[in-house]
Structure formats: structure tokens, C-alpha cells
Design a protein around this ligand. Sequence first.
Ligand SMILES: *Cc1c(COP(=O)(O)O)cnc(C)c1O
Length: 386
Amino acid sequence: MPVAFIDLAAQRARIGARLTESMLKVVESGAYIQGPAVRELEAKLAEFGQAKLALTCANGTDALVLPLKAWGIGPGDAVFCPSFTFASTAEVVPWTGASPVFVDIDPVTYNIDPASLEAAILEVKARGELTPRVVIAVDLFGQPADYPKIKALCDRHNLKLIADSAQGFGCTLNGLHPLHWADIATTSFYPAKPLGCYGDGGAVVVDDAGLAERIDSLRVHGKVVASDLAGRTFDHDPKYLSMRIGLNSRLDTLQAAVLLEKLAIFEDEIAARNRVAARYNEGLAPHVLRTPQVIAGGVSTWAQYTIEHADRDGLAQHLKAQGVPTAVYYPAPLHRQPAFDIYPAVGGALAVTDAAAMTVISLPMHPYLTEADQDLIIAAVAAYQG
Ligand SMILES: *Cc1c(COP(=O)(O)O)cnc(C)c1O
């Protein structure tokens, strides 16, 4: 059998019976939207993520736009983010009318380089066209960004901080989740993410109850929330009162039921992913330009295991011929893509981002990768003579 890039069937073999039972319960309950499993999941996500509150939503992209809307980000505002990331991170910014400003990455971790972030903030301030408002840091491939340094810059320049943890939900730095530094952390439950469901889904974790309440309103069409009612009377049921322009971004009860089962084994799966990564590092280090390195004090969820190779495309072909699938995240950085090349990149060029895009290649990674399959993959990489 060929090796799987991400083996969801292996996970099903472990918890499939429980999953089927949980899903059937939801189907029979009739509570398909905002059912009890959604509330239960939100409580468990908050606990898992060291947060006061968690709110689920329709996908990881909405999870990013919800806080931007809650803060009133709009035309004339600058939102700083990396270019070496999935489109969602930057896409949500123009939705609000604001402008993304692309920042370069650290060559070792692929996460925002604090020095480049500082240069970008100063550049935007010097130009005077946009107002710096928000930083979206990404926990790329599963490892935490350099939050202590990023947070210090946000404090100095009065910026909000979002942790885009779509790939890294569950990652920690010195034992703390990104929310310790960020105003809000977001995640995606897209099936291939480390904590995925069987469709689309997303969530935010947050400590600020006021921010959570505004997001709760926004995710359900701008519905009335408690603070909207305080001190007011209505001559009709306020249930259908629209207080702000919102969206429809709810998590299905079925997906919540799936996620409750998966969250129960998530810590164990993160540990397994870390064992796989450590074994890869050892076997691959002599054969490639770079094996992944996690920030000091950090624990990655290993959404991807990404190496660098001088002949990345040749290696991909060679591995494919041996039944080993690979993927490239990301071959074209956002600031070079048609949808995004109109937005500023700090200094007009992102040298580290461009260089990484040429050499990165991701290997099969999931908690159920056997040592035998891993040995086969390592041997196949070692045998490539490029
Ligand atoms: C997957 C992903 C998202 C968006 O998630 P969806 O659920 O697909 O909307 C956002 N940011 C990053 C970095 C991602 O990898």
C-alpha cells in the first residue's frame, strides 16, 4: 500500500465506533444547529486552550474575520501578516476594507520575523497613508510564532494581536498557548488540520468577555446579545433584532460531536506527531538542506513536516515514483499572487519568504505513521542523488 500523506482512516480505525455513535445521536436528536454538543465542545476547547471562552464558527477563515469586524477594522487600517501562509490569513483583511501589509519570516521557523514586523510598522507610520491596527501572527506548520517579541511590539505600537493557529491549535511556548500573548487565537477544523472534523469548521479562543460577546453576535447575523439589552426595553421580542451587520458562521452540531471525540485523543496525537518528527529529524538531517527546528521552549502540533532541499521538485518526482506523496507549502508567497500583489510588502521585497518558497517540501505527517513507513520515506530521501 502506498504511504498516506495524512492518514484519516488510521484515526477512524481507532475511534470510528465512538464517532459513529456520537454522530447518530445528533441525527436522532434533531438539534442540527447550535445543539448541546456545540456548547460542550466550546467549554472543552476553552479548557484545552487555556482560555476563558471559546466560540465555534463555520471555518477557520471566518474565525479570523470575526475579531477584525468586532474591533471595527476598516478602510485606512493596516493589518500586518506574513506572506508565507495560506490565503485565508490575508484574504480576510480586504473583506473589511483594510489593507494587509506583508512581513518577512524567520528563515528557521518560517514564522513572522519580529525585526521585519518592526520595520513594517515603522514604514507604515512614516508613510502616513494607513493606520497600524492589527498583527496576525501565524503558527505555521504547527509551531508557535515568537509571541513574546511580537507582543512587545504590539504593546509598544498599540496594536491588537491575532494568533492564526489554524495549523497550530494546541501548540505551546514555555507551556503556554498563544492566547497568553494574543488578544484572540483562531483555528480551523478543516479535515486535514491537526484537529479536524468531517467538513468545515472553526473556532476562536478568547479571554475578553466583551470581545467574545461581540463575536457571538457577529457570527449569528448581528443578533442581540446581553450588553445590547442592558437598560433598554422593547415592545417586541428582541430575538430578531439586528444590532450590527454580521454573518452566518455557525458550527454544525454533527461536526461538534465529531470534534468532541477527536479532542479527547488530541493530546495523545500531538505527542505521537512529536515522536514522528523527532525520528524524521534524526534520519533526514544528513541528507537535506534543512530539517525543521522548533523555537526554543516551543511544542509544535506538526500540521506539516517540512524540510528544505536544493532540488525540491526533483525530490518530489523521485519520492512520487516510490509511492511517497509530498506537497509544497507554499510555492507562491501571497505577495506574489494576483489577488494580493497590489498590497504593500515591507521594504518592497521579502527575501527570506522568496527563498523558502523555492526549497520547502513537506513529507507525510500524521500521528499514525508507522516506523516502517517512516524508514521507507527516509531511505527514499537519502537515495535521491539530485
Ligand atoms: C487552513 C488555514 C486557515 C483557514 O481555514 P479554513 O477552515 O479552511 O477556512 C487559515 N489560516 C491558515 C494558516 C490555514 O492553514
